[in-house]
Design a protein around this ligand. Structure first.
Ligand SMILES: Nc1ncnc2c1ncn2[C@@H]1O[C@H](COP(=O)(O)OP(=O)(O)OP(=O)(O)O)[C@@H](O)[C@H]1O
Ligand SMILES: [Mg+2]
Length: 225
């Protein structure tokens, strides 16, 4: 099993007046090489669950194992390395740095790997070609189109060749053509052996034929009704 969560709960600001129980009693198993969607109303805990799977935050209680490792048992510095190596995150607004060039944005997650400049440039070149953005490599990322930006975000998530790709509402700001294109890329990545989890309420995402499983959430729980 590639991801295993058992009795996972997440409480923000525990014990304080602004305490929020975001997740309760989550049991979830996700197999490798599958494409999965997390679906549910705003505030039901999708992003929180994705962040726990992505080792960005730790659960308040329960057990999580992601790609063979238990994040709660690892010191922070190992967790950072694990996350960089194993997980590619695609954010809702893509979190691309507008003042940096497209090439610099994609290179950024590679820098701590300690590769030499030439090896980094070769790897980035391959991604620029694969996503048809070579002609934009030296453009400031703030000056490219929405579709190009989406491809830069996917390329950046892939630069360390992680086995797990997580995307939080990736099509929220895309038109339907670009949403379709995004899912075609995800389908191809699944074919290439990646495990993918996407949070979305967009039917163009959740009803795509490449999706193996839709996990419904409600009020911080997995909804099995
Ligand atoms: N850092 C935080 N501190 C306190 N409460 C938080 C924090 N992040 C999320 N929450 C709360 O936890 C609950 C779950 O939030 P989460 O962002 O996981 O939901 P979501 O399903 O992703 O919603 P959306 O569809 O709007 O993105 C919400 O009530 C939210 O307000
Ligand atoms: Mg969210």
């Amino acid at each position: 099993m590639f991801i295993e969560l058992e009795g996972v709960a997440k409480i923000y600001n525990q014990g304080q007046i602004n305490e929020v129980v975001a997740l309760r009693d989550i049991d979830l198993r996700i197999e490798a090489h599958t494409l999965n969607c997390l679906r549910g109303a705003s505030g039901c805990g999708k992003s929180t669950l994705l962040s726990i799977i992505g080792c960005v935050i730790q659960p308040t209680s329960g057990r999580a194992a992601v790609a063979g490792l238990q994040p709660a048992r690892m010191p922070d510095r190992f967790l950072t390395v694990h996350r960089r190596r194993c997980i590619g995150f695609i954010f809702q607004n893509f979190n691309i740095l507008p003042a940096l060039t497209v090439r610099e944005n994609i290179t950024l997650p590679l820098v701590p790997q300690g590769l030499n400049r030439r090896a980094m440039a070769e790897r980035v070149d391959r991604l620029l070609q694969r996503f048809s953005i070579s002609h934009r490599g030296n453009f400031p990322a703030g000056r490219i189109s929405g579709g190009e930006l989406q491809r830069v975000a996917i390329a950046r998530a892939l630069v360390n060749d992680p086995p797990l790709i997580l995307a939080d509402e990736p099509t929220a700001h895309l038109d339907s053509g670009l949403s379709r294109e995004f899912m075609e890329y995800m389908a191809a990545l699944k074919q290439a052996g990646k495990t993918i989890i996407i949070t979305s309420h967009d039917p163009q995402v959740t009803e795509h034929p490449a999706v193996d499983r839709v996990i419904d959430m409600k009020d911080g729980r997995i909804d099995v009704s």
